[in-house]
Design a protein around this ligand. Structure first.
Ligand code: A3D
Length: 321
């Protein structure tokens, strides 16, 4: 049986970590593509030369030629500029839309049967554009945002409650921007509602709500918090881990329930837009969208987030994309 193949488009900060994680897990052979000459070749040579130490047998190669991504099962796209301090994700729109158009054309020509995970920002618009330019079926073009945003929310809850983070189940829906919607009511620790545990901890419902509101606010601003600390570029370890979880679910046909940015065709009362919702990821990419009931407040927050996405997509279309 031949090994699976993952192409990484963009050999920057996230692309490099992705290549290393794939190798360490022996998930697939890796081809790292970038337009900068020698950069992907240098990074992959460095990673491959650790194979004796780490004990992996997959091939890890760099390239500046789209031909080398042929026969990829999964393509993960990080091509595009990251944020600088003070910038919003949406400030990246014009530059990254140009890049995404060229990436979609390259992937369409050389890896036409692949399942594509987009990470480049502004996420919801970049996924929309990739699908439009490539013409790939919607189930094969998915955005990574919800896995990371949910992991950040889960981490804050675990640290607050002093319990293992792997026992936290918490999801973040909506667009990947300041309007994202951490679902507080469904957040639980092995089935026990987080709010109940917070109320017990503080013996005060108002204080528990205050603590949760702060964690929700930190989740929404978590990307910016890292940008501010790094000063050059944005988060790259955790976005890479998030995309790897999605790629593993797809390559292993795991049917994982993960928040992903997918095309809604009437689900959640949204038609024709890519937005973050709970999905089932398996061999066919996004195999199903899970609809969970939202109360009035959650629905209003979700609608507000969808509005931000539709405005962003309209802005992109206004720029001629
Ligand atoms: P960075 O280290 O700058 O890497 C981007 C790479 O893209 C560079 O090596 C560029 O040379 C390359 N590139 C530029 N143009 C092209 C092109 N036309 N074709 C192929 N490669 C090209 O950035 P990064 O890795 O830190 O971040 C990559 C993207 O991910 C940015 O847009 C970030 O905003 C975004 N990001 C998303 C999340 C999400 O959770 C959605 C999180 C963090 C970063």
């Amino acid at each position: 049986m031949s090994r699976k193949k993952i192409a990484l488009i963009g050999g920057g900060q996230i692309g490099g970590v992705l290549a290393q994680l794939i190798a360490l897990r022996e998930l697939a052979d890796v081809v790292l593509f970038d337009i900068v000459e020698d950069l992907p070749q240098g990074k992959t040579l460095d990673i491959a030369e650790a194979s004796r130490i780490d004990g992996f047998a997959v091939a890890v190669n760099g390239t500046n030629d789209y031909k080398d991504i042929a026969d990829s099962d999964v393509v993960i796209v990080t091509a595009g500029l990251p944020r600088k301090p003070g910038m919003s994700r949406d400030d990246l729109l014009t530059t990254n839309a140009k890049i995404m158009k060229s990436v979609a054309e390259g992937v369409k020509e050389f890896a036409p049967n692949s399942i594509v995970i987009i990470i480049s920002n502004p996420l919801d618009a970049m996924v929309t554009l990739f699908q439009k330019v490539s013409g790939f079926p919607h189930n094969r073009v998915i955005g990574q945002a919800g896995v990371l945003d949910s992991s950040r929310f889960s981490s804050f809850i675990a640290w607050e409650l002093d319990v293992a983070v792997k026992d936290i189940n918490a999801m973040v829906l909506g667009g990947h921007g300041d309007t994202m919607v951490p679902l507080v009511r469904y957040a639980n620790v092995n089935g026990v509602p987080v709010m109940e545990l917070l109320e017990r901890k503080y013996n005060d419902a108002a204080k528990a709500k205050e603590v949760m509101d702060a964690m929700v606010a930190r989740t929404k601003a978590a990307g910016g918090e890292v940008v501010k600390l790094l000063k050059t570029g944005s988060a790259f370890y955790s976005p890479a881990s998030a995309a790897i979880q999605m790629a593993e679910a797809i390559l292993g046909d795991q049917k994982r329930v993960l928040a992903s940015c997918v095309y809604l065709d009437g689900e959640y009362n949204v038609k024709g837009y890519y937005v973050g919702v709970p999905t089932v990821l398996g061999a066919n990419g996004c195999e199903r969208i899970l609809e969970v009931s939202l109360n009035e407040e959650e629905q209003a927050a979700f609608d507000h987030s969808v509005n931000a996405v539709t405005t962003l997509v309209a802005d992109m279309e206004g720029l001629g994309f």
